[in-house]
Design a protein around this ligand. Structure first.
Ligand SMILES: [Mn+2]
Length: 326
């Protein structure tokens, strides 16, 4: 029902296709968009690759250069009004994220949708650890051989979203990983991902270690200043490595809004559920069991301590017997 052939039925061959990664894309989003564009180009279509916002990750910038991925900010693409948009690895209702002229025809994603996707083709596989795995499946079912760079990109996307096969791994992710590991350049993918920090990012870690507030197995970290989503996620991952910590929230404020990066290794505290409860009425967010994020407009931000209390309540810690260290 889903796959390249089904998707192609919804695409007009005469009109250009824009494959759009979500705003401020990550490795999985770019890898998915790239793999899909190569598949569609083989059908003789005109395909553009775009994203909203900017690419904030140096590691992802390196990956795009190494793999020669022709992707641009959507504003730089010279598109008419008749483009057909395919949104990958993220979907905000039926709006097309950063406004691109044209029509959202399809969405391919592995996030549980906030609302039912309102487009002709919606392939949502929220049990998959990475959107890259969905694209692996498109190549497999279409019987198309994976090019070396496509295999490397998809491998990198899976490594990223599953934290090297340690979170949210479905059987099909394992299968994809095995195939892509042999067909792509796993050393390049691993090197790009394992070198995503630079010396300038140490300030975030120093601040986080000083500022973290621990309640039971929950670490809350409010960073003063602006940090990229990638650095916030890596700070959250770092705290999750502490054996006492099983749930982490990192928050940092930008001009218009505060952004959150959330990680969980406690099955009873799924990130998407806890985020939804904690941000009710003040912001929006979502994600998967193990990872998620969100945003709160500046005028609705309840303060660092106010936000921490909301998470305490969402985790149910306020209803249970209060431990002495709280
Ligand atoms: Mn993803």
């Amino acid at each position: 029902m889903y796959g390249l052939a089904a998707l192609a039925e919804h695409l007009d061959k005469e009109r250009p296709v824009v494959v759009q990664a979500h705003d401020f894309p990550d490795h999985d989003a770019v890898a998915t968009a790239y793999a899909l564009s190569e598949l569609l180009k083989r059908q003789g279509r005109t395909v553009y690759l775009g994203y909203g916002g900017t690419i904030q990750s140096e590691s992802l910038r390196d990956a795009i250069a190494h793999l020669e991925i022709d992707i641009h900010q959507v504003g730089e693409l010279d598109l008419g009004d008749d483009a057909q948009l395919i949104v990958v690895d993220g979907f905000a209702g039926n709006s097309n994220m950063t406004g691109v002229p044209g029509e959202v025809v399809a969405v391919i994603d592995h996030h549980p949708p906030p609302s039912p996707a309102d487009c002709a083709y919606a392939d949502i596989r929220d049990e998959y650890g990475a959107c890259s795995t969905i694209l692996y499946d498109y190549y497999r079912t279409a019987g198309v051989a994976l090019g070396h760079n496509v295999a490397t990109a998809l491998l990198m996307g899976i490594m990223m979203d599953t934290a090297f096969m340690t979170r949210g791994v479905a059987d099909v992710d394992l299968e994809a990983f095995g195939v892509l590991f042999r067909q792509g350049d796993w050393q390049l993918a691993a090197r790009l991902l394992r070198n995503s920090l630079s010396l300038g990012d140490l300030a975030a870690f120093r601040q986080a270690i000083d500022a973290c507030v621990i309640a039971r197995n929950f670490a809350f970290i409010a960073l003063q200043g602006e940090y990229t989503a990638e650095v916030m996620a890596l700070v959250a991952d770092f705290f999750l490595q502490l054996r006492e910590i099983r749930f982490v929230v990192v928050v940092s404020g930008e001009r218009d809004e505060y952004r959150l990066s959330v990680r969980s290794e406690a099955p009873e505290h799924a990130c998407d559920v806890v985020i939804h409860d904690a941000l009710e009425g003040i912001g929006a967010g979502g994600g998967h069991i193990h990872m998620g994020g969100g945003a709160i407009p500046r005028d609705l931000y309840p303060g660092d301590e106010g936000l921490r209390k909301r998470f305490i309540a969402a985790l149910g810690f306020d209803r249970e017997e209060s431990p002495t260290n709280e």
